[in-house]
Structure formats: structure tokens, C-alpha cells
Design a protein around this ligand. Structure first.
Ligand code: PRP
Length: 188
């Protein structure tokens, strides 16, 4: 894990004056790991269909980079859940706001998450998705804090073990801000 704090980040106009503590994962580290994940996923699915199911909004940048590194046929769809609202602490309530249009029964589903924090989102979503009777159901998360004690499901593909800090950027937000940062940083 890189833990640099370049002067360029402190002056980043995308932060609108908000100070970041440090850059946890810079652009180069993310790109390298996403390329590796793409190869791992390609190798893990040697045949059959594959539906890459992105959990919005947090996974939108990760998913778009990841699918371009998976060199086999696939389809993309999304679902929307919300648990954090505008705060920094998980409320524990997970609502499904948008349901994928794609037929899930009999499909190989790869659920793509930006971060596993408390694990509540995944526990709830996996229960919902299993009810749709997919052929297989695996999880790919860019970041995993490894603090989710009640997590009932293994995350087969993990980008990075993440520090237990409030992370923003590369899709992750604080009150809907900072999703567009090309790196992942922790806020002051
Ligand atoms: C965040 C994040 C994960 C989830 C992780 O989503 O994107 O989906 O929380 O937290 P958990 O493991 O404690 O459940 P959020 O509900 O903030 O929505 P967003 O993806 O639109 O940012």
C-alpha cells in the first residue's frame, strides 16, 4: 500500500479546500491492481455467460475500469442500494432502490462493490440475489476493511485490504462529494 501525500494532492482543486489526511492508493497502484484483478477474473470464468453486476453508486469508476481488463464475453448491469445517507457512519439499513433488468436466474453473477466496510450491504444484497437463483454468485470488491465480523459471504476477488479510515475517491464519496478523485484518500 502506498501512503504518500504529494503536494499536488494538497492543492487539488477537486477537493474544494477540504484537507485530506493522506493518499491511501494512488492512480498507478489502482491501475496495476485493477489490471491484475481483470486477469484473475478472466481466468476464473473459462466458459459460460458472465454478468458483471455493479453496485451503484460507489462502484461506477472501478467497474468501468475493471470490465475493460476482463478479456472474455460479459454483460454489465447495475443495482442500487443505499445505507450511508449523508453521514460518515453506516446506518445499518440497506435499501434496494434499483433492481437489475437482466434475467438473473441461471446466470453467473459477479457482484462488484467499491468497499466492504461493516458488511451489512453485502449480507443484504447477497441474500436478495441468491433468491433469484443464479448459477453462481461471487463478489469482487476493490477495497476490504476486514472488520466485518458478521459478514456471511467470502469476497472472492479483493483489490486491496483497506485501512479503517473514511476513504473517498475513485467512486467513494463523502456526502456525494469526491467520487471523481482519480486516487483514494482518507479525509482529515
Ligand atoms: C457504501 C459503499 C458500499 C457500502 C459499504 O455505499 O459504496 O456499498 O457502503 O458499507 P457496509 O459494508 O458498511 O455496508 P453507500 O450506501 O454509501 O452508497 P454509494 O455506493 O452510493 O456511495
Amino acid at each position: 500500500m502506498s501512503a504518500t501525500k504529494p503536494a499536488a494532492a494538497e492543492a487539488d482543486p477537486r477537493l474544494s479546500g477540504r484537507a485530506i489526511k493522506r493518499i491511501a492508493f494512488d492512480e498507478a497502484a489502482i491501475a496495476k491492481r485493477v489490471t491484475e484483478l481483470g486477469k484473475e477474473i478472466t481466468a476464473a470464468y473459462p466458459g459460460g455467460d458472465l454478468l458483471v453486476l455493479g453496485l451503484l453508486k460507489g462502484s461506477f469508476i472501478f467497474l468501468s475500469d475493471l470490465v475493460r481488463q476482463i478479456t472474455r464475453p460479459l454483460q454489465v448491469d447495475f443495482l442500487v442500494a443505499s445505507s450511508y445517507g449523508d453521514g460518515s457512519v453506516s446506518s445499518g439499513t440497506v435499501n434496494l432502490v434499483y433492481d437489475p433488468e437482466t434475467e438473473l436466474e441461471g446466470t453467473n453473477i459477479l457482484l462488484v462493490e467499491d468497499i466492504v466496510d461493516s458488511g451489512r450491504t453485502l449480507n443484504r444484497l447477497m441474500t436478495i440475489l441468491k433468491e433469484r437463483k443464479p448459477r453462481s454468485l461471487e463478489i469482487c470488491a476493490l477495497l476490504h476493511k476486514r472488520i466485518a465480523e458478521g459478514l456471511k459471504y467470502e469476497t472472492k476477488f479483493v483489490g486491496f485490504d483497506a485501512p479503517n479510515e473514511f476513504l473517498v475517491g475513485y467512486g467513494l464519496d463523502h456526502a456525494e462529494n469526491f467520487r471523481h478523485l482519480p486516487y483514494i484518500a482518507s479525509l482529515q
